[in-house]
Design a binder for this molecule. Sequence first.
Ligand SMILES: *[C@@H]1O[C@H](CO)[C@@H](O)[C@H](O)[C@H]1NC(C)=O
Ligand SMILES: *[C@@H]1O[C@H](CO)[C@@H](O)[C@H](O)[C@H]1NC(C)=O
Ligand SMILES: *[C@@H]1O[C@H](CO)[C@@H](O)[C@H](O)[C@H]1NC(C)=O
Length: 388
Amino acid sequence: MRSFCENNRELCRFTIKILIILSVAEKIQCQDFGYDGDKGPSHWGEQYNTCFGKHQSPINIDSLDVVPVNLPPLEFIGFDEQPAKTNLTNNGHTVMLELDADPQPAIAGGPLTGVYEFAQLHFHWGDNDTVGSEDLIDSHSYAMELHLVFYKSVYRNSRAALDYEDGLAVLAFFFEVTSMDNPDFTDFTTLLSDIRSPHRSTSFVNPPKLRQLIGQDLIHYYTYNGSLTTPPCSEVVVWIDFKEPISLSHDQLEKFRALEDTDGARLTHNYRPIQPLGDRIVLFNTEDVIENNLQNRNGPAYAVVPAEEPVAKPTELENEKIPDVPDQQEITEPSNTVDTEKPQSEKKGVKRKFRKNTAWRNSPNSCFTVAISLIIVLFIRFSANQFF
Ligand SMILES: *[C@@H]1O[C@H](CO)[C@@H](O)[C@H](O)[C@H]1NC(C)=O
Ligand SMILES: *[C@@H]1O[C@H](CO)[C@@H](O)[C@H](O)[C@H]1NC(C)=O
Ligand SMILES: *[C@@H]1O[C@H](CO)[C@@H](O)[C@H](O)[C@H]1NC(C)=O
């Protein structure tokens, strides 16, 4: 190194600079998020600015400070159909289920404008049965919370949808602990032992219908505008939290806690602490008669929202004009696996593959991109120095 530096002072200086910048860049870009210490929720904002935003999730929902509304009924499309295949993955942060179904299940109605297509579902849980849910109801924490993630279908995929304030909708279901196993989740919890290590995937022999994994009462729910509860914390989510919890036994919950994270430690908790509500309003949907409850409140009236025209099903959207969604990848966001989605028109007749929905997962791609860009920039600067 020494004689190399003496002979090529300029080159040497640049090489050292490159090495320093690369190591810093790697630290910044490649550190995965977690739930403890340096990688924990209070540090997410250092890498992902949006995590310090003002409309973050989760929140504590104060049931005495919600606005009762009668929203149009939520529509559950394809929830009673058995998917062709499933892909259940331990991604190091949670267990995630993707479906191979064409079309994917979808939701519409309620607080939503337009149709939202299913991307994936996953869970958040805690060290013991008294903690684990992300949103709290009257400061009460449930043992686990299920998130079914949907993206607005006009945005084509869940990654592109992150650029729009109405990009995602999440159906959230809470879990309460009962002494009996929930038979609807037996296959699910049994499969978890196949994917104890991170980045393992498995599939159901007999894939469950979405209807089997959700609650019964789909009328009473809280809804508010918030964010992803993991980096990049994008504030693009219409949250729909159902009031009635699903039951699960302690033993079934323990199967989730036996999963391992990327450090090989047990994934005993993966819930983000609550964030300030700020200037937001939480609505509570009920079928009760609502009387001008907003007369004395500032802001828009929510009471008795008139039912909208029937919303188009995803298949009917095929011929609609799809807005141009830039596929650019922001370096500050965890890079997605390569987006192989084709415009809808090209997709006709093509069997849909598992949708990659990894917007909130880090991948080495971003590190690679940063490294390459830096090398190119420095190389250009170096050659310029040489020749001028
Ligand atoms: C299942 O999903 C994971 C994560 O998205 C992916 O890496 C894996 O290739 C998928 N497996 C199949 C069979 O599609
Ligand atoms: C459950 O876990 C939480 C968080 O780790 C802890 O604060 C609490 O004391 C635990 N409760 C019991 C009953 O062990
Ligand atoms: C959520 O945001 C949308 C538009 O950004 C707005 O129309 C809607 O009223 C908001 N919902 C609530 C519950 O504040």
